[in-house]
Ligand binder design. Sequence first.
Ligand SMILES: [Zn+2]
Ligand SMILES: [Zn+2]
Length: 160
Amino acid sequence: MSRQLLSQSCACSCGESRFAVSGMPITRLLCHCTICQSVCKQPFADVTAWWGGAITLPERHNVQFKKYRAPPALRRGTCGSCGMPVVGFLRLAPFLRLAFVPSANFPDQAALPKPKAHIFYHRRLTDASDNLPKVSGYWPSELTVTKLVMGGMFDATSNA
Ligand SMILES: [Zn+2]
Ligand SMILES: [Zn+2]
């Protein structure tokens, strides 16, 4: 299945932090790490990965960016009003960054790719009943993210 160029007006759960996403989704993951659990206030985070350039935040916004312990280069942005995740940026190189957007922030989630894997599954609060790969352990999880991003990049770069 070839992926579609996607363009949606996204927002956090309270609707105050609005932003636009326009581009090709790289991949979609279900992350069970403890940081995602506490930031999302859910057992796991359902996130889609994009090139940083796909994200447009308005000049005036109320998104608060914070770095957590790991991975160190990831800045997670949460809404100043509802405290829910808006968008996270991961810097790979000076002019190369990835963006991670919670799938729930998209008005049309059916247009997003299907999740590819569960990661940080050793931290799960509940067992998943789907047939997706379930990756446990810190490094295996990080490696899975890298592999899925690298795999998805080839399709996404042609439209970056
Ligand atoms: Zn909000
Ligand atoms: Zn996580």
